[in-house]
Design a protein around this ligand. Structure first.
Ligand SMILES: [Mg+2]
Ligand SMILES: [Zn+2]
Length: 250
């Protein structure tokens, strides 16, 4: 019987049906969105870090007169599927099993909290681990890497980018909480969601969005890396709602 479970949520293309970093740029400035697209080629060659590209695009938006209100407005309008909201809310309200909600995302503090509040889910997560961000008085959104480039680096062996190892973050979260959950559930889509699910046990479940980086890595590296957990695939949020309703039973 499952009495306690942990839900770990990626955010972009998992909880919301978009990528927050790209969405904010493309809502507000196509030339800046284009530049991000071009710089992403350098990111793929490990010559730039994605978070630094986003930070630079936020500076450029600010220089072009984009306000804090416009950035918040873009975030408030991001596609967030009603079935995802229903599924998350149902799981949150269920008391047996009780679910702890952990957000583990390479977006940032401001984007995640703004989107959740706009959708009436401001209290969803018990803890969020993501990149630090804040608006200054002039309305510029400052963004920093989760792993400070000048401090100690993570020690991931399965290819996480320098900015964040979600596997290590999960291990640290579990150590902080000091709880052994009967079941862990992961909601994710991206290639950086592969590392944490490698730490899952056989009773744990990964809800994997199809046709994206995580599905690809499971196919190509899952067996080699000794992936043990159960995998359930989904394409649209309505299927996640179905899974969450199943997982709301003891
Ligand atoms: Mg994602
Ligand atoms: Zn890692």
């Amino acid at each position: 019987m499952v009495t306690s479970q942990l839900l770990i949520c990626d955010f972009d293309w998992s909880v919301v049906d978009q990528d927050t970093d790209r969405w904010v740029a493309e809502v507000l400035s196509t030339p800046i969105r284009r530049k991000m697209e071009d710089l992403e080629q350098l990111e793929k060659q490990d010559k730039m870090q994605w978070i630094d590209i986003v930070g630079q695009s936020l500076k450029e938006l600010h220089e072009q007169g984009v306000t804090r209100g416009q950035i918040e407005g873009a975030l408030e309008a991001i596609p967030f599927h009603p079935a995802m909201k229903r599924g998350l809310t149902h799981l949150k309200e269920t008391k047996a099993p009780a679910t702890t909600f952990f957000c583990l995302s390479n977006a940032n503090e401001v984007y995640i909290s703004t989107v959740l509040k706009a959708n009436g889910l401001g209290d969803l997560y018990d803890e969020t681990v993501t990149n630090p961000a804040h608006f200054d008085d002039a309305g510029l959104l400052h963004l920093r890497r989760r792993v400070d480039p000048d401090g100690p680096q993570h020690s991931c062996k399965v290819g996480c980018k320098p900015n964040m190892c979600k596997g290590e973050e999960l291990t640290n979260f579990l150590a902080r909480r000091g709880v052994e959950y009967d079941r862990m559930i992961y909601l994710g889509d991206g290639s950086n969601d592969f590392c944490p699910i490698l730490r899952f046990r056989s009773q744990d479940i990964a809800l994997v969005r199809t046709s994206r980086g995580l599905e690809r890595r499971i196919r190509e590296e899952g067996e080699k890396e000794g992936l043990k957990c159960q995998i359930k695939y989904w394409e649209g949020a309505w299927q996640v709602e179905e899974y969450f309703r199943e997982l709301s039973k003891p």
